[in-house]
Design a protein around this ligand. Sequence first.
Ligand SMILES: Nc1nc2c(c(=O)[nH]1)N[C@H]1C(S)=C(S)[C@@H](COP(=O)(O)OP(=O)(O)OC[C@H]3O[C@@H](n4cnc5c(=O)[nH]c(N)nc54)[C@H](O)[C@@H]3O)O[C@H]1N2
Ligand SMILES: Nc1nc2c(c(=O)[nH]1)N[C@H]1C(S)=C(S)[C@@H](COP(=O)(O)OP(=O)(O)OC[C@H]3O[C@@H](n4cnc5c(=O)[nH]c(N)nc54)[C@H](O)[C@@H]3O)O[C@H]1N2
Ligand code: SF4
Ligand SMILES: [Mo]
Length: 748
Amino acid sequence: MQGIYRSGNMTDVDGKSAAHTIANMAAETPVVDARLQNGAVETHCAYCALQCGMSLTVDGGESSVEVAPLDFPTNRGGLCQKGWTSADLLRSPRRLTSPMIRDSRSEPFREVSWDVALDVVADGIRSTQAKHGNDAVAVFGGGGLTNEKAYQLGKFARVALRTSNIDYNGRYCMSSAAAASNRAFGIDRGLPFPLPDLAESGAVLVMGGNVAETMPPFMQHLNAVRDAGGDVIVADPRRTATADQATLHLQLMPGTDLALALGLLHIVVADGHVDRDYITSRTTGFDDVWRVATQWWPERVERVTGVPVAAQRATVRALATGRAGRGAVVLTARGAEQHSKGTDTVTALINLSLALGLPGRPHSGYGCITGQGNGQGGREHGQKADQLPGYRKIDDPAARAHVAGVWGVPPETLPGPGRSAFELIESLGTEHGPRSLLVHGSNLVVSSPRSHRVADRLAALDQLVVCDLFMSETAALADVVLPVTQWAEEDGTMTNLEGRVIRRRAAVQPPPGVRTELEVMADLAARLGRADGFSADPRVVFDELRRASAGGVADYSGITWERIDSEDGVFWPCPSEDAPGRSRLFTDGMFPTPDGRARLVAVDHRAIAEEVDTDYPVYLTTGRILQHYQSGAQTRRVPALTDAAAEPYVDIHPDLAARHGMANGDLVRIVSRRGDAVGKARLTTAIRADTVFMPFHWGGEQAINRVTNAALDPTSKMPEFKVCAVQLERVDSQPAMEPSGAVVAGQA
Ligand SMILES: Nc1nc2c(c(=O)[nH]1)N[C@H]1C(S)=C(S)[C@@H](COP(=O)(O)OP(=O)(O)OC[C@H]3O[C@@H](n4cnc5c(=O)[nH]c(N)nc54)[C@H](O)[C@@H]3O)O[C@H]1N2
Ligand SMILES: Nc1nc2c(c(=O)[nH]1)N[C@H]1C(S)=C(S)[C@@H](COP(=O)(O)OP(=O)(O)OC[C@H]3O[C@@H](n4cnc5c(=O)[nH]c(N)nc54)[C@H](O)[C@@H]3O)O[C@H]1N2
Ligand code: SF4
Ligand SMILES: [Mo]
């Protein structure tokens, strides 16, 4: 290897100090890496957008894979517990290793050859499209797919299936921040600078992010701000591990970030902190924005959000002082974004950052902490309903002409925009909706809002095909399950939270019987009469992606695998092989909007979609814990992680628990108008007394998404995962719990 990454200090955030070895791996699976016989393969973690650098060392004799952290800029030698144990995924005895089909969903699956399985899928696609039209076949992708797979999936949908119905789980994740960023800046890249810049800043405001659990090595960068005497302010209804390490915690009411942002802007203006020159020369729209913010005086904001006036003022003081010193940054994560007003909330926070003149200044600006491993790249290359590669709009004639040229098809054959993720799911099996669905990289029956209704939609399909590594809850509902390669078994690229394109390198051979998704798409395309243009070689696909993205906002044309290998990754936009990728955005004072100015957009606060009332008097919010990833499809199959966190807990304030006669460890049923879920009470004063929290990493009756509200943001179509109204019941040990999937009587 080129030795691009320096060797790490081997100390992780959990205090482990030795590399973690996966022993007892199935010896019958040969572990080979032809190119890298003698050494560690330098790659990145299986999970989140921090994409920590790690090395995988394969010991062929003992069939074990050893994980060690690397000194990559994002993690600097740190890994979280999920990263340390990630190699368990590679030799899990529960790994799928054969295609499976069944003739009806009441029957068990039977293993079949790839040819049989792919014939069944292709026959299903052909007969559905013949009867109901091309749009009757839909595709659901994932933000964990490599750039190559995400790109090819978008092309497969538009060229091989000719369906408009493709969307992906990033709709549940990044879409509100993406919509707001595009609206304001004309570009949507998670961070506007390399993550280590953050540490150089004088003040950071984190709105709704718990990085101490969701990206632990990120804390190094945040804590460096504090340790250098700067301010770290965290807005969260819970005093999380992140808030605990901050200099100020704003314990707001769920769903009130927009009011808080308006209030902060009000104080910025009232106290004379607006950067007038910046507003005049680099932005438009300030006057309209101020007309709204003028009505959000601090005392009103305190009433709506619960954040004391003094804390609001301290926040503005910190941002203004930071700006005057080394810089100031406003960050959002899912806590502020996963709301039916998420786009407007992020817009208001971008307005705040623009009023302070932050974007483009050193160590300053607005950024969104992206989520999934390829949450960034996954949204740039065409698996989103309204997009073509290079972050192009599918309804833009010039974009269609360019991409159709690369694909060698007439532009008019490309479908138009399709349905957004949840709207797509809701339409499955309905009169005008798709009748067949291909799922690549999402366990949507656990992670979608109102999830038991989602299972009903899947049941209404003529054919459900799921590509996965494991028999996820969604795969278990399928007609055809195809076992695909994962993470350290494949080559490709990922784009991390900084917009840095990095290499995912194969370190082990996949188990026999498993194919790559690129092979699956190539085989299916051939069966559908479109053999050309679907290479199974990720390198070929990446080179085509470069051409397809050329000239787009997310321009990858200058990025090559060699460059990624010899540099610490390459940032997009990168329109030329001779020029560096642009690691820092807007530094020339220009924004990629038609007039070169950033747009402040006037938005006002509005209520959450479902307010509490006498029947449902408590707010529910949801999110993540350290040990589990997303729907848990992967991490619930890693013994060390299930040992550490076997089941979901419900965070309840002792006062609220007392009103319900609940004690620590009691089973609690959380009930909303949509459904119910059960978790174990964990009494803590770290949460507001009007709010409970439950993580969403489990299925069955532990799935909190049976309870959540599917109210969608009108712009981004993001569901309101982060707040709804519930009631609490203590589950006494004797009466049986409701069967999984049951809905509370009389409520749909
Ligand atoms: N361990 C772990 N790490 C992960 C993941 C995982 O599943 N597990 N997933 C990855 C992915 S895809 C993502 S998107 C990121 C998400 O990363 P984060 O956004 O950090 O994660 P969440 O726990 O969803 O939400 C963050 C916080 O928002 C708070 N919150 C709830 N409601 C509100 C509100 O109305 N306003 C505000 N301000 N805060 C609120 C919650 O209490 C929670 O602490 O994590 C990534 N990393
Ligand atoms: N209540 C609540 N719900 C939420 C959220 C929340 O905060 N609260 N957060 C939302 C967010 S931010 C997100 S990102 C979603 C995520 O939720 P999901 O979309 O369900 O994401 P995962 O659980 O990561 O599912 C990925 C699936 O793909 C498989 N997989 C992994 N790699 C590959 C691959 O390369 N190819 C294929 N074909 N399969 C692969 C995994 O085994 C797993 O079954 O959940 C959303 N749901
Ligand atoms: S922080 Fe994210 S990328 Fe890093 S080790 Fe943990 S899960 Fe992997
Ligand atoms: Mo996410």
